[in-house]
Write a protein that binds this ligand. Sequence first.
Ligand SMILES: [Zn+2]
Length: 425
Amino acid sequence: MFPPVSLLRICLTFFLLGAESALAWGEPHHAITRAAVGVLPLWEREVLGEEAKALGDRYCLIPDQVFTDRENAKFAAMESAPGEVYLQILHLPGPQTETLEVVRSFMERAVQALREGRTSDAAKYMGTICHQIEDYGSPSHTLPGDNQFTLLQQFLPPGEAMRDQLVHGPIENGVFEVDLAGYHPVLLGASVAEASWRLLHRMHEAILNARSTTIPILQALYAEDGEGVVKHQLRAAVVDGQVLADALHTIICLGTGKVAPPESLALDRVGIAGFFPLEAPALHYPQTEFFSLPHWGYPRSGVILAGGKRAMPLTLRTEGGPKEFRQGLSAGMGKTLTYLLPRGVWRSFGVLAGLHPELGAKGRVEFTISGDGRVLASVTVGGEEAARKMECAVNDITRLQLSLTSRGIDGKSAYAIWGEPMLAK
Ligand SMILES: [Zn+2]
């Protein structure tokens, strides 16, 4: 029996998601999981043995079947949420901190089970991870708070034929094969702490990719263009499958202790310019996180925007002259960017701090790096000075913060750039 609060939550969940959507991708769950398993190296599929097939046939649906498959419900449960049978966060993204904790927990249990030779348990935990990755990257789970697209359909009104149709199911469901041929799964970390953190960012990529498919699918549905629907569904399913293959490959490598040295070497450094900070909780910049100087905008990865209009390469003055950076962030004054870090994984954080030589020549900006609320490093750079290298230890830090303050007379010239923000082991 459920306590009343849980019952209410379950009813709410069904109300919010709609009963049919509890299945989410439905049939495609199987296709995506099978495709991901199919691109694992042979030895990894042999580690799973018969469970490899069960993963695609049954285990990838465990989080949807917690009320009917009581025996396996524990493989989709969190110890920290006793009594919660249906965990919504396994189907829809929660806050980054919570999502990371859930991903870490299931990955940890899968790896541990493999280490102890409990292959079937490991595969069931992997099934839960499959489901979560697939649901997050599903074209009909893309719009925060609008899982039935009542809001989206106000922007994109259906014609007469579709007027009263629920579209959640049609947007994601169908029967198709997912082809990942040629994809080589990537190791996401040398430990569960690192791998789950990287997986979170891979899942963000899948969510963004899926968002780009939702409207084309809906338009194809309106136009009764079945081929068009599948074409765009596959764009989402392929990326889901790739992320899934990375996750499964990583779990098996960590669980068997077989991590190939070149793969783990590739994990020594990671740039964070493409990651979403906590201030973008649903992977976009809410209006409240906009900044007013040097122009009305929001942080950008890879470019700087002149006057809010023209994207220019990230350029910094260095001792050897101006240098362009592909990796980096331009950001505004007074709004902090906070990045989650896994504790004990990264030794240091380094970045080149400076102003764009042309746009920011008259500006002067204080760059501050903080960790868990404590200032780790701070420099003030003028627009005509060379960019400064900042480096700090982050081993115990779980929240890394970057902030900017205009210290010049001309705030409109505060064109600040964080060049190559990089974590290193
Ligand atoms: Zn689901």
